[in-house]
Structures are given as C-alpha cells and as structure tokens.
Design a protein around this ligand. Structure first.
Ligand code: NDP
Length: 462
C-alpha cells in the first residue's frame, strides 16, 4: 500500500489537467483532481468554445445580406444578445457537466475548491490535506491587463462572455488572437468596433503577407483598425460611457473597452515555493520535454508552462505525461508544426514556418501564393478575397509552411497540417487531385512560384 493518499493529484480541471487525470486513471492510477472555478477550463468555459459560438452568431448578418443574391427574400433581421448569451451558457453548462461525469466515470476523485501546495507531496483543498506521489500543475492562465490610468474601467474576454447587453460602441486593445477574434464578433453583431494595436501590423508572429490580408479584409468589413496607437487613459463618463484618450492624443467614446493584451500563467499563491518548483520571469512553471518541473515528481502542462498556449497542445502534453508516468509509454511532447487558427472574419489558419521564419533560418524557399474571389461571392458581389500560400524548401522540395486567409481556412488547414507534419513534398501536393470547386483545391494547384527568397541574400516579401 502506498504511503500517499493518491498516485496523482492534478491541480486544475482544464483541457490538460482533465485529459491527464482520465488517462492516468485508465492506466490504473489512483487520481484526485481539484478545480476552483468550473471543470472544462478556459477553453470550454470562457475561451475557444463560447468564442466560436459567438463567431457563428456574428456571421448571420452577412449571410442574410448575401442570401438576396441567391434569390431569397429575408424579412427584417433583428439580433438579441441575451438570447445568444443564454443559449451559449446552456451549452457551456452541458459541457461542464460532461467533463465532471467523464472524470467520475474514469474513477477520479473530483474536488471543488482552490488547491494549494503545502509541500512537495501535499496539496491542500478547502482546509483538507491530500498527499500524492506525483503532482500535476495544470492551472492555465488569466487575462493580463497592463497598468495605466483607468484600467479598472476595462473588461477582458472573461467579462465579454457575460455582458448583460450588447455594447453599441466597442474599443478593443491588442492585436493578437483574442483581440482580432472579438473585434470580428462585435463588428459582425453590429457594434461600432475600433481595434487599437500598439504595433505596426496586427497578428505579430504570423506570416506577414497573411497578416496584411487579414487586416485589409477586416477593415473592409467595417472594423476601424488603428495601428501604432495605444490607450493613454480611460475615464468613466455619465451613462456608463468610457472616454478613451489614445497615445496620439485622439479621443474616442466607447460603451466597453476590452483588453486582449496577452495572458499570464496562473501560478500566484499556488505554494510553488513551498514545494521548490521553479518558475521563469513571467511566472510560468519551467519544464523539460517530459513536462517535468524542477522537482522530479511534480509536472506541469498547458498554459501554465507558457510553451504553445493552445488547447490541443495542452491535451497532448497531458496525455503524454500520463502515458509516460503511469502507462510506461514514453513519448516526448511534439511541438513541431502545430497548426493554429485565428477565428477572425475571414479566419486565418496556419501550419509550419512563415516566410519570415524561413528566411531568418537561412533556408532558400520558393513561395507559392494565390489570391482569389471565392466562388460564393461571384453572385453576392461581396468584395472579399481569399489567400493561400505555400512555403517550399528548395533543397528538399518539402512544404514547410502553409497559410490561408478565407472562409473555412481552419477546417481546410487541419488536413494540410497532416501533410506538412508528415514532411510531404511540393511534388506530392501537386500529385494530389483537387476537389472542385473549392478554395481548398488551391493548395494542390499552385503551379508557378511567386518568388524565391532566402539563403542567397534575398529577403522575405515586405
Ligand atoms: P496574444 O499574445 O496573442 O496577443 C497579445 C496582444 O496584446 C499582442 O498584439 C500584443 O502586442 C498586445 N499587448 C501585449 N501587451 C500589451 C500592452 N502592455 N499594451 C498594449 N498591447 C499589448 O494574446 P491574446 O490575449 O490575444 O491571447 C492569449 C493566448 O491565447 C494566445 O497567445 C493563444 O495562444 C491563445 N488563444 C488562442 C486562440 C485560438 O487558437 N484561436 C484564440 C484565443 C486565444 P505585441 O504584438 O506588440 O506584443
């Protein structure tokens, strides 16, 4: 009989923690898991899932407009925010219950409450102490808002999901995933939407050409995108209005100012120091390729480790941790060629390197691009262009990057990611028969390189 109450104690019931708990229990481990808010974590409760539901909701305005060109007469369309929020909440409640049931069905001991490490083998939840041979930290992250005069008037995505009424004028600060996605949601639902980004172009880190296409398309849809500016201060005015003074001196009025300026690992007051777990300067738990922290029997997965902060990555990290420690199946986490998508409108999806990465890595690459009007809009007349791009290493002919901006980009990129992850060549892409008529077929019909860059001193497109 073990000297510990449990073989594994998981702190945090989000994607990574729940997956690890279930897999470990499946391998026969005695598992406890604690969650202080709601099982499901950021992704299910206040992230990916509710966000995508709001994205769906915000598309209908355009659909009604486009329907006319296809012969439909659509009556007066009206939108009711509380209905969307209530229906979204119902679905999130359902998923929350499913998560709890899955954990219980797997035989996990499910605790509600904040867990804190008392020492390297002891976790305290609601005044009760539990010991475990192995501990997994999977506490995720929280939205970060910088310190500036009036920051208390700003909301984050956490609050945006629960606003009682739809703001008519919204200012969103940031140029990353969340800012661009929420700008699309509010704009699509009819709010006057300003997107404020401090840098020179939104979506830093993505392929530059693709970023430019997203920026151009969201502006066409009505988002007031202002780059090179930031908020100096926010003052509250009568009628719940925010008076926002920007660093360029201009002033705008908004019903809500939403900050989407990154997220921070959730490690404050977790007792990490009592257990001797090392964190980096941002507070992220430092881990190796096996997700092992500086304390050999304490592991961490997901956003709390600030590696690649995406749900499917946390799932793989949690799964591989549990397999390695409890299932004698040791596989390091694979962070190569992780595909991702920004559910902007239109969406951006990507896998592999950007053109800028390839050049910076000293690789000579052929760049294949295509920009086209999707078939659907030949009738609607809507001025919307889709964009696809492949980056092909000249020496190996391997496709090392793929990028797309346009309807269904995320759905399409998942399949392309299999090919890129498998290391397929451009010749193999070309050998593949397309599906006609689709936007996806562009990925197998790009015949002529747009340019060759890298290695020989040339530069990426600007
Ligand atoms: P991101 O890191 O994507 O973007 C943060 C943005 O805020 C950047 O544009 C950054 O600017 C800006 N910023 C940072 N600090 C400041 C500051 N002090 N003042 C002004 N602007 C600032 O974070 P998000 O919050 O959008 O998302 C968090 C993470 O969640 C993402 O990295 C992603 O991993 C995940 N996520 C994934 C989604 C998906 O898969 N679809 C959806 C939503 C989130 P700069 O570029 O200049 O640094």
């Amino acid at each position: 009989m073990s000297e510990f109450d449990f073989d594994l104690f998981v702190i945090g019931g989000g994607s990574g923690g729940v997956r690890a708990a279930r897999i470990a229990a499946g391998h026969g481990a005695r598992v406890a898991i604690a969650e202080e808010y709601r099982y499901g974590g950021t992704c299910v409760i206040r992230g990916c899932v509710p966000k995508k539901l709001l994205v769906f909701g915000s598309h209908f305005g355009e659909e009604f407009e486009d329907a006319v060109a296809y012969g439909w007469t659509v009556g007066e369309a009206r939108f009711d925010w509380p209905t969307l929020i209530a229906n979204k909440d119902k679905e999130i409640d359902r998923l929350n219950r499913i998560y709890i049931r899955m954990l219980k069905d797997a035989g996990c001991h499910v605790l509600d409450g904040r867990a804190v490490l008392a020492d390297a083998h002891t976790v305290e939840v609601g005044g009760r102490r539990h010991t475990a041979a192995t501990i997994l930290i999977a506490t995720g992250g929280y939205p970060f808002v910088p310190d500036f005069p009036g920051m208390e008037h700003a909301i984050t995505s956490n609050e945006a999901f629960h606003l009682p009424t739809m703001p008519k004028r919204v200012a969103i600060v940031g140029g990353g995933f969340i800012a661009v996605e929420f700008a699309g949601i509010f704009n699509g639902l009819g709010a006057e939407t300003v997107l404020l980004y401090r840098g020179e172009q939104i979506l830093r880190g993505f392929d530059r050409e693709a970023r430019d296409v997203v920026a151009r398309e969201i502006v066409k849809k009505g988002i007031d995108l202002r780059c090179g500016t930031d908020v100096a201060r926010i003052e509250s005015q009568p009628g719940d209005t925010c008076r926002v003074t920007l660093t360029d001196g201009s002033i705008l009025l908004a019903d809500k100012v939403m900050y989407a300026t990154g997220r921070r690992p959730n490690t404050d007051n977790l007792g990490l120091e009592s257990a001797g777990v090392a964190v980096d300067s941002s507070g992220a738990v430092k881990v190796d390729q096996w997700s092992r922290s500086s304390v050999p029997h304490i592991y961490a997965v997901g956003d709390v480790t600030d590696r690649i902060n995406l749900t499917p990555v946390a799932l793989q990290e949690g799964h591989r941790f549990a397999d390695a420690v409890f299932g004698a199946r040791k596989r390091a986490v694979d962070h190569a060629n992780v595909p991702s998508a920004v559910f902007s409108q239109p969406p951006l999806a990507t896998v592999g390197v950007t053109e800028e990465d390839a050049v910076a890595q000293g690789r000579e690459v052929d760049i294949f691009t295509s920009e086209f009007r999707p078939l659907r809009h030949t009738l609607t007349g809507r001025d919307e262009k889709s964009f696809v791009k492949l980056i092909v290493e000249v020496a190996s002919d391997r496709v090392i990057g793929a990028h797309m901006v346009g309807a269904d980009a995320a759905e399409i990129m998942q399949g392309v990611a299999v090919a890129v992850h498998a290391g397929l060549t451009k010749a193999q892409f070309d050998d593949t028969v397309g599906i006609h008529p689709t936007s996806a077929e562009e990925f197998v019909t790009l015949r002529q390189a747009t340019r060759r860059v890298g290695a020989a001193g040339s530069r990426a497109a600007e």
